[in-house]
Design a protein around this ligand. Structure first.
Ligand SMILES: O=P(O)(O)OC[C@H]1O[C@H](OP(=O)(O)OP(=O)(O)O)[C@H](O)[C@@H]1O
Ligand SMILES: O=c1cc[nH]c(=O)[nH]1
Ligand SMILES: [Mg+2]
Length: 209
């Protein structure tokens, strides 16, 4: 599983446990999703390229490393992936943000696309796709299919909770991408919800239902 990182950091695990609690309200839920995305992003972006630039300190002039170029795109899968965007923007404020709209059919659990807008030149950007949940994996696989069709090449995928079957499907469909998972859960129930999971991430972030 070389291309998969499952986080073990206690801060991430602690915050995920609060997310799971059905008594956690919308305000706190939204803030935690953002914080976890930032903590995960810190690790997921550790391979951003650096270049030395000249800086004059109060003492002397030196060559010192800064992120090379500003070509990054964050691409949330709507709606729930939106909740993770600000956490990553806090790390890389200059990143551009694309959007992919997908919803999962409640009966078939198949993903349906309703929107796609990506920043150009997408092929030159490091792309971080966000969605808190990977259940069957259908939405993640489809979103990355779109990004690749539009020319995206350097793709990282971040989710907060994944089911093993969805993660396997994503890895098999897109072995070339880096995948970051906050916690790997037990599996899916008969409605393709993650167990124990946290319920419907989109509804809990936006207070719908
Ligand atoms: O792995 P899958 O089986 O495809 O399920 C995961 C998808 O389901 C949820 O979105 P949902 O369809 O509920 O849309 P929403 O974000 O608008 O609530 C979630 O945010 C993922 O996108
Ligand atoms: O458990 C699940 C499965 C799909 N989407 C969610 O938001 N939660
Ligand atoms: Mg939802």
């Amino acid at each position: 599983m070389d291309n998969v990182t499952v986080f073990t950091h206690p801060l991430i695990q602690h915050k995920i446990s609060i997310l799971r609690d059905k008594r956690t309200g919308t305000n706190e839920f939204r803030a935690l999703i953002e914080e976890i995305a930032m903590l995960m992003g810190f690790e997921a972006l550790r391979d951003l390229p650096l270049q030395d630039v000249e800086v004059e300190t109060p003492i002397e002039t030196c060559m010192t490393p800064m992120i090379a170029g500003k070509k990054m795109a964050i691409v949330p899968i709507l709606r729930a992936g939106l909740g993770m965007v600000n956490g990553i923007l806090a790390l890389v404020p200059s990143a551009k943000v694309g959007h992919i709209g997908l919803y999962r059919d409640e009966v078939t659990h198949e993903p349906h696309e309703y929107y796609c807008k990506l920043p150009s030149p997408i092929e030159q950007r490091t792309i971080v796709v966000t969605d808190p949940m990977v259940a069957t994996g259908g939405s993640a696989v489809e979103a990355i299919n779109f990004i690749k069709q539009y020319g995206g090449k350097h793709i990282k995928f971040m989710c907060i909770i994944a089911a093993p079957e969805g993660l396997k499907k994503l890895q098999e469909a897109h072995p070339d991408i880096q995948i970051y998972v906050g916690h790997l859960d037990r599996g899916l129930n008969e409605n393709a919800y993650i167990c124990p999971g946290l319920g419907d991430a989109g509804d809990r972030i936006f207070g719908t239902k």
